[in-house]
Design a protein around this ligand. Structure first.
Ligand SMILES: Nc1ncnc2c1ncn2[C@@H]1O[C@H](COP(=O)(O)OP(=O)(O)OP(=O)(O)O)[C@@H](O)[C@H]1O
Length: 247
């Protein structure tokens, strides 16, 4: 069995209190393993973003725990909810990569400079950071666009830069929230194929919240969320659900 990288136990998030309280995530337990691509599907408002934000360490759960098992020392679990803000920021920088619906690139920087940012924050020297960023962008088919600014790139190209930025630090976990929502069919497929390839080749764990049925074929596992709870589905069941759910 592949080794676990992240384990959430009895995670609950309640927004607000009293009569207006919303139980966005309700007692969810899950294990994410190295080298697997997990899809998180479900209707709008079912709690997907809330769950991903907690797993990312950005939102404190109301109750429950999130343990990260460092691949170099899997016996020493790190409990995310017990970390200080600084320690959490460091852990996110070193071990996690994020991809969002909007690429969130810095407009003042070129493609290669955008990808360099996480390395520079980590303290990597500028020359080395540039070299690594260029190499990864070239792997992603962006050799002609290294010095373009985001506004000069197509949506698909911007998303490729965002994928490179998420992968450049070689994170253990990649968390993506609707990464293909703004892309046309070809670019959406291309983006997910790249993320999938990296996960398989380098033993990363990828968790993707999506409404996009084009991604189904790339998933090892599909978790279906409804009213803050998780259900497991195979891809055929998920496809059927997609036909009947309104998003
Ligand atoms: N900051 C907040 N304060 C109060 N309620 C919130 C907050 N964020 C989300 N919610 C509520 O929590 C529930 C889950 O929202 P969440 O955004 O996690 O769902 P989702 O599955 O990601 O939806 P979508 O697919 O539309 O992005 C919803 O009822 C939402 O209205």
């Amino acid at each position: 069995m592949p080794e676990a990288i992240l384990r959430a136990k009895n995670l609950t998030k309640v927004y607000g209190s009293g009569r207006t309280a919303v139980r966005a995530v309700d007692n969810v337990s899950l294990i994410l393993k190295r080298g697997e691509v997990v899809l998180l599907m479900g209707p709008s408002g079912s709690g997907k973003t809330t769950l991903l934000t907690m797993l990312s360490g950005l939102l404190r759960p109301t109750s429950g725990s999130i343990e990260l098992y460092p691949p170099e020392n899997p016996k020493r679990a790190i409990e995310l909810t017990g970390l200080t803000r600084d320690a959490l920021a460091r852990l996110r920088l070193e071990r996690m990569g994020f991809i969002f619906q909007h690429s969130n690139l810095l407009e003042a920087l070129t493609a290669v400079e955008n990808v360099m940012v996480p390395l520079l924050i980590k303290g990597v020297k500028k020359v080395e950071a540039r070299e690594r960023a260029e190499r990864l962008l070239m792997e992603l088919g962006m050799e002609d666009r290294l010095d373009s600014r985001p506004s000069e790139l197509s949506g698909g190209e911007q998303q490729r830069v965002a994928i490179a930025r998420a992968l450049i630090t070689d994170p253990d976990i990649i968390i993506a929230d609707e990464p293909t929502a703004n892309l046309d069919s070809r670019n959406g497929r291309e983006a997910i194929k790249l993320i999938h390839e990296k996960a398989k080749k380098r033993g990363k764990c990828v968790m993707i919240a999506t409404h996009d049925p084009r991604i189904l074929g790339f998933a090892d596992r599909i978790l279906y969320m409804e009213d803050g709870k998780i259900y497991r589905k195979d891809s055929r069941q998920a496809e059927k659900l997609l036909l009947f759910d309104e998003y």
